[in-house]
Design a protein. Structure first.
Length: 253
């Protein structure tokens, strides 16, 4: 028996439109369709495909069932940076065992944070490859990582199931939005602006000799983690860029 979710009648539906689901390098076309179906049942419609192995096809449409519109309106881009450049919050799905730990969210915390931030800006929830997830480089482009606390003795989730689980948490948080009103609105920089800051930071620190070009180590990874954890607002990021520019000016003089 197929279960149909109740129709959403809340006038804050535009918040859900601000939540983008990003699938990176998807291998099987059918998974894109299944993910689109999982999204639509929870009221989400913005799907972005990053360099899929092959574009959506007939199998994708078949598995999308009644969500073919979500699949057909999906955007296809070449890399993750392009997919998230207009977002102020990016959460990447990840297992906990990574060499360099990152701020982690539970599935429930992830839903709340995405919904709260979607009140005033675009956000993204990123899913990696079916076989091995997101690369470390891609995970470093995310502000937070989310891990689904599945059975530790068998924690394997297919892509569509993971999308369904986290989209459900987004929907539940959205329906419960009045119970946890967002704190005073903060204006955060877009992902592309934050990436520009990191590039500027690396250039400046390399010019001062703090980072050695031939032996960069993991300094920039740790600095990324530091600033992602701090989540500087747009004005604060502008101050940091100004500080770097003042250092650059001294170096040139």
């Amino acid at each position: 028996m197929i279960y149909y979710a109740p129709i959403l009648t809340i006038d804050r539906y535009w918040m859900l439109e601000n939540i983008k689901i990003v699938l990176v390098n998807t291998t099987h076309p059918g998974n894109m369709g299944s993910a689109a179906r999982a999204m639509k049942t929870m009221g989400l419609s913005d799907l972005c495909l990053v360099s899929p192995l092959s574009p959506p096809d007939g199998k994708s449409t078949a598995l999308a069932a009644g969500a073919a519109d979500v699949l057909q309106s999906a955007t296809i881009v070449d890399d993750l940076s392009t997919a998230i450049e207009e977002c102020t919050l990016v959460v990447g799905t990840s297992a906990r065992s990574r060499t360099l730990s990152w701020p982690m969210l539970s599935a429930r915390e992830c839903g709340r944070k995405l919904v709260d931030t979607s009140r005033w800006s675009s956000v993204a929830l990123v899913f990696g490859r079916e076989a091995n997830g997101l690369t470390n480089e891609e995970l470093q482009q995310c502000h937070f990582h989310v891990c689904i606390d599945a059975n530790p003795e068998y924690s394997s989730l297919n892509l569509a199931a993971a999308v369904q689980t986290l989209c459900y948490e987004v929907r539940m948080s959205f329906l419960d939005a009045d119970a946890h009103e967002a704190v005073e609105e903060s204006v955060y920089p877009l992902s592309k602006d934050l990436e520009g800051f990191f590039e500027h930071l690396e250039e400046t620190l390399s010019a001062t000799g703090f980072i050695r070009p031939n032996h960069p180590g993991i300094i920039m990874q740790r600095l990324r983690r530091l600033f992602n954890r701090a989540r500087p607002e747009r004005r604060e990021l502008n101050i940091l860029r100004g500080m770097l520019s003042s250092i650059d000016k001294i170096n040139k003089d």
